[in-house]
Design a protein around this ligand. Structure first.
Ligand code: PLP
Length: 492
């Protein structure tokens, strides 16, 4: 596949050109003529996103080109299979966008193979799990039985293979250390598919304990060593993780859903770039990578064929319109501006962390070296749930998150996770993030727990003086007005 050289864009990623503004206005008019409530909700979502300090570490703002690519008739095409090998006729245009997206992905990440069909990050992990099971468990069983296909196995051999598939082990990062539910936890299919153990962080430093990972891997001998996180504020050394995987014969699977943008932008290089070290890498495309909502798998050649069987193994038919948007976003991510953006995401995280620490907040691990941080709000006398709600009242959107060994559990939590990808896209720099830190501390200091109606203590109820909420909202609005979202797009 020949790739066009990514050109320098004439507008920043979230600026809406006249053409984009016209397209959105027309789209809303067309939608509104059929179901006005949907058009109104789309409009209201833009207003909400424009009017709040979006600090959710997993969210971003995609470019108009990326968003518009999704609203097309590529959605109407069934294209089960992979480019050039479809179970349906007439797939040439879906082939084009899928090939293009894969070519941009392999060029951007330096990966031997890319699979663009996963509809989300969870789906990407499922594809990777089944590819590893197919390659490491099913293929040897077929070879031993002299069979080419599972349908050729005798009933006994098939039953034995099914049992073997269900007996495999995964070692992943503990949820309260920042791991994700799909890394082998009981409420998720991954915990039902695999025997699971988790590694955590050092209680004193709260940093990933590689010695513990190695010790557990030696004891447990997992098929899959899973690395990657949703809420760990530090870089991970994937060279060490690969060394551990190799020592115990495990397959290293890295879920870079959160930090893919930092890998794409070459902020994470060498041992911190998972792609050269892992057998397979999964990601979402909508977080720091700033693409459409979706997923992707990158892998070494030996897993390519198994990964390409993701649909219909665990995925429904590919979404041609979303793969088109992935191709657009990946083309954007190959531009020099994206590397500058990724650098700014990390620099801004340092500024935000510094601003919070200087004002007395405690951060898990004492800071950050990626795009996110975890504020331990117990020092303010709040649960994560109370802090999240109070911040929202003041126009600051975050999400509560457990901290290591959290006494309040995964629902109420003692932490709030915040990240810089979205507001950096809007143009915030170190000064704006320092001002944001001041607003966060202002709210957390003024907020207080409130009792339940029957007078008992509550982990959810809180009070925030109206004057504080109003003051912070006004200050946030000033910051946001200086960095408008999709300037040029006036839907009024
Ligand atoms: N993997 C990690 C590390 C995540 O943080 C998330 C989502 O937050 C996912 C996977 C799931 O992504 P999705 O919501 O797209 O399925």
């Amino acid at each position: 596949m020949t790739l066009t050289t990514p050109s320098t864009p004439s507008v920043p990623p979230t600026a809406a050109s006249d053409a984009a503004a016209t397209a959105y206005r027309s789209a809303l008019e067309v939608i509104g003529a059929v179901e006005p409530a949907v058009a109104a909700a789309i409009h209201a979502e833009l207003d909400d996103q424009r009017a709040s300090l979006k600090l959710i570490a997993s969210e971003n703002y995609a470019s108009p080109a990326t968003l518009l690519a999704m609203g097309t008739w590529l959605s109407d095409k069934y294209a089960e299979g992979t480019a050039g090998h479809r179970f349906y006729a007439g797939c040439r245009n879906v082939d084009t966008v899928e090939r293009l997206a894969a070519a941009h992905a392999t060029a951007l990440f330096g990966a031997p193979h890319a699979y663009l069909q996963p509809h989300s990050g969870i789906d990407a992990n499922l594809v990777a799990f089944w590819a590893i099971l197919a390659q490491r468990v099913e293929a040897p069983a077929l070879a031993a039985a002299g069979a080419k296909h599972v349908n050729d196995l005798s009933e006994d051999d098939w039953e034995q293979l099914r049992r073997a598939l269900g007996e495999q082990r995964m070692l992943g990062m503990a949820l309260d250390a920042g791991g994700h539910l799909t890394h082998g936890f009981r409420p998720n299919i991954s915990g039902k598919m695999f025997h699971q153990r988790s590694y955590g962080t050092d209680p004193a430093t709260e940093l990933l304990d590689y010695d513990q990972v190695r010790r557990l891997a030696r004891e447990f001998r997992p098929l899959i060593l899973m690395a990657g996180y949703s809420a760990y504020p530090r870089k991970v050394n994937f060279a060490i993780m690969r060394d551990i995987a190799d020592e115990v014969g495990a397959t290293l699977l890295v879920d870079m859903a959160h930090f893919a943008g930092l890998v794409a932008g070459k902020v994470f290089t060498g041992e911190f770039d998972p792609v050269p070290h892992a057998h397979l890498v999964t990601t979402t495309t909508h977080k720091s990578l700033r693409g459409p909502r979706g997923g992707m798998v990158l892998c070494q050649r030996e897993f390519a064929d198994a990964v390409d069987h993701g649909c219909p193994m665990v995925l429904g038919g590919p979404l041609g319109h979303v793969m088109a948007a992935k191709a657009v976003a990946l083309a954007e991510a190959r531009r020099p501006e994206f590397a500058a953006y990724a650098r700014a995401v990390a620099d801004n995280a340092l500024a935000l962390a510094d601003g919070l620490l200087r004002r007395g907040a405690r951060l898990v691990t004492g800071g950050t070296d990626n795009h996110l941080m975890l504020v331990d709000v117990s020092g303010f006398g709040l649960t994560g749930r109370q802090a999240e709600s109070a911040l929202l009242d003041a126009g600051i959107v975050t999400n509560r998150n457990a901290i290591p060994r959290d006494p309040n559990g995964a629902w109420y939590t003692s932490g709030v996770r915040i990240g810089t990808p979205a507001l950096t896209t809007r143009g915030f720099g170190a000064d704006e993030f320092d001002a944001t830190a001041a607003l966060i501390v202002d709210v957390l200091t003024a907020a207080a727990p409130a009792a339940a109606p029957d007078g008992s203590p509550s982990k959810a109820r809180y009070q925030l003086p109206a004057a504080t909420a109003a003051r912070v909202r006004a200050a946030a609005a000033e910051l946001l007005d200086a960095h408008p979202l999709y300037p040029g797009l006036d839907l009024s």
